[in-house]
Ligand binder design. Structure first.
Ligand code: 5RP
Length: 224
């Protein structure tokens, strides 16, 4: 199977999960990226039973609206039953690196409002230890140099994502070469650096369910 076919398989499994678990008229949180785009397409047959969706990016908002799914502000919703999103890497504890598409801050906000985070990923995203994928960090632009210096001190190799501005008007630094032996501790430590908006470690609030597409089918892995 191609990677694209694997993305479609996990996206379809997530749509089936939503059909089974989201109450009629429920509001769904929707992530960002190429796998999330496959999921949005797979939502088409379900659109009449959704009360609406909260989007984790402007790109996702546009796709949902093109499909005729009402997009609702998170400020108008108390809680989401389910949030579905992709990942750049995911480990056995279902901690993730996210933000390859630059939407990490809104993704983390929407994920925090959800009872269940369903991660959709193909087998290439599963790793023993997080960190081979450069860790994205969203930064207030004026703090770029200061934050980069601190990241160097921490043993990372920070690279500004050239020409990229987030939906929040900030910049992204991709940090190469970090050893992530304790994702929860590193997530908290990075958040303490002044000028950091969000880092792409989703460990304190990882996924609850992983729908992992492999050549042998989609495996459902639940956080223990
Ligand atoms: C966007 C993300 C994406 O979920 C992550 O980059 C995976 O993307 P893709 O499904 O295209 O591989 O975190 O900010």
């Amino acid at each position: 199977m191609t990677q694209d076919e694997l993305k479609q398989a996990t996206a379809q499994a997530a749509a089936d999960y939503v059909a089974r678990h989201l109450p009629q008229g429920g509001i769904l949180g929707v992530g960002t990226g190429s796998t999330a785009n496959c999921f949005i397409a797979a939502l088409a047959p379900l659109k009449d039973r959704l009360g609406g969706a909260v989007a984790s990016s402007e790109a996702t908002r546009q796709r949902l609206q093109q499909l005729g799914i009402p997009v609702i502000s998170l400020n108008d919703v108390l809680k989401l039953a389910i949030y579905v999103d992709g990942a750049d890497e995911i480990d056995a504890s279902l901690a993730m690196i996210k933000g390859g598409g630059g939407a990490l801050t809104r993704e983390k906000i929407v994920a925090a409002a959800a009872d269940t985070f369903v991660c959709i990923a193909d087998a290439s995203k599963q790793v023993a230890t997080l960190g081979r994928f450069p860790l994205p960090i969203e930064i207030i632009p004026m703090a770029t140099r200061q934050v980069s210096r601190r990241l160097l001190e921490m043993g990372g190799d920070p690279k500004l994502r050239e020409g990229f501005v987030t939906d929040n008007g900030n910049v992204i630094i991709d940090v190469h070469g970090l050893t992530i032996s304790d994702p929860i501790a590193l997530e908290a430590e990075l958040n303490q650096i002044v000028g950091v908006v969000t880092n792409g470690l989703f460990a304190a609030r990882g996924a609850d369910v992983l729908l992992l597409a492999t050549g042998d089918g989609v495996q459902r892995i639940t956080r223990t």
